[in-house]
Design a binder for this molecule. Structure first.
Ligand code: ATP
Length: 302
């Protein structure tokens, strides 16, 4: 195989329970992830040497994604090559569509896509368990980006367990022009909630709603402990959620650490009409996406 493309999805957190930081500074999490149909595509071509470039849609600010050693794909390539004791090589192109620094784990999606693509390109046949371990070293959300679907995440989010989810959920996704730094949102969480419980809020209600496969029940059960600090840092997010709910969304929430907001709808038609209403209300980028969808997967090869 001399060239292949792997597609990896964005995530939203249907439930994000955050506990008080532990001694190592990490916040314990109980989260329910869902992979939604908004994807980055990573193409890897066999070439001597190593190059990495990034293509952005015109609605993303130029330079939003680093192309050197700071790019998480660069680290993923190094880690996989070191795991097998080989030199990395190839020409990698990332076509971004997942909002950057948007709380949708776009970088994590790219890292997962890189692990899958380079494992194939370099013909390594890395066992899934090893890939999951490498993924966890790259970031808390990377194992989920490999797995996809709907999953329960514990630890820092890196311990993932699939959740049976037979429904198709419809979302309207509204990115913000400017990203929010995840560490900044966690710092603000600590300031706002100095007495946060050691153990995060469990996801029982959310898991029951998924089992019920009812959109109204899910709307009631959505939970995000990072919403209050994200909205406090960016009050316009609170206004956006009110606008979306007034326009008929079953519920609007901040996605992960934000600033992207997602709105649960009852059907594909409902999502399309809400997306049109929010576009009409002056939001320049409004996307509709369904979930759950597959994790990082091969879409073409030559
Ligand atoms: P999370 O929800 O996992 O905290 P996020 O969705 O808020 O992440 P990302 O889009 O993953 O944020 O990007 C966070 C930062 O990582 C960006 O500001 C960017 O500088 C850096 N970065 C490194 N590699 C990438 C990549 N491949 N795609 C996007 N950002 C990247």
């Amino acid at each position: 195989m001399s060239e292949l493309t792997v597609r990896a999805p964005a995530k939203i957190n249907l439930h994000l329970g955050v506990g008080a930081p532990r001694e190592d500074g990490f916040h314990p999490l109980v989260t329910v992830y869902q992979a939604v149909g908004l994807y980055d595509d990573l193409t890897a071509r066999a070439e001597p040497g190593w190059t990495l470039d990034v293509g952005l849609p015109d609605w993303m600010p130029a330079g939003a994604v680093p192309t050197g050693g700071e790019n998480i794909v660069d680290r993923a390539a190094d880690l996989l090559a070191a795991h097998h004791g080989i030199e990395r090589s190839g020409a990698v192109h990332i076509a971004k569509a997942i909002p950057v620094a948007g709380g949708m784990a776009g970088g994590s999606a790219d890292a997962a896509a890189a692990l899958v693509a380079l494992d194939r390109l370099w013909q390594l046949r890395t066992p899934d368990e090893d890939l999951l371990q490498l993924a966890a070293q790259l970031g808390s959300d990377v194992p989920f980006a490999l797995l996809g679907g709907t999953a329960l995440g514990t630890g820092h989010g890196e311990v993932v367990e699939p959740v049976e989810d037979r429904a198709t959920w419809w979302w309207v996704v509204v990115p913000s022009e400017f990203g929010l730094s995840t560490p900044e949102v966690y710092r603000h969480f600590d300031e706002m909630f100095p007495d946060a419980p050691a153990d995060p809020v469990p996801a029982d209600a959310l898991l029951r709603a998924i089992a019920d496969a009812d959109a109204w029940t899910l709307a009631d059960a959505l939970h995000n402990d990072l919403e209050a600090p994200a909205v406090d840092l960016r009050p316009e997010l609170g206004e956006l959620i009110e606008t979306g709910e007034a326009a008929g969304a079953l519920r609007g929430i901040v996605s992960g650490s934000g600033p992207t907001c997602v709105f649960l709808c009852g059907s594909a038609d409902h999502a399309r009409s809400l997306a049109a209403d929010l576009s009409g209300a002056g939001h320049p980028v409004v996307l509709a996406a369904n979930g759950p969808v597959a994790g990082a997967h091969l879409v073409s090869y030559a």
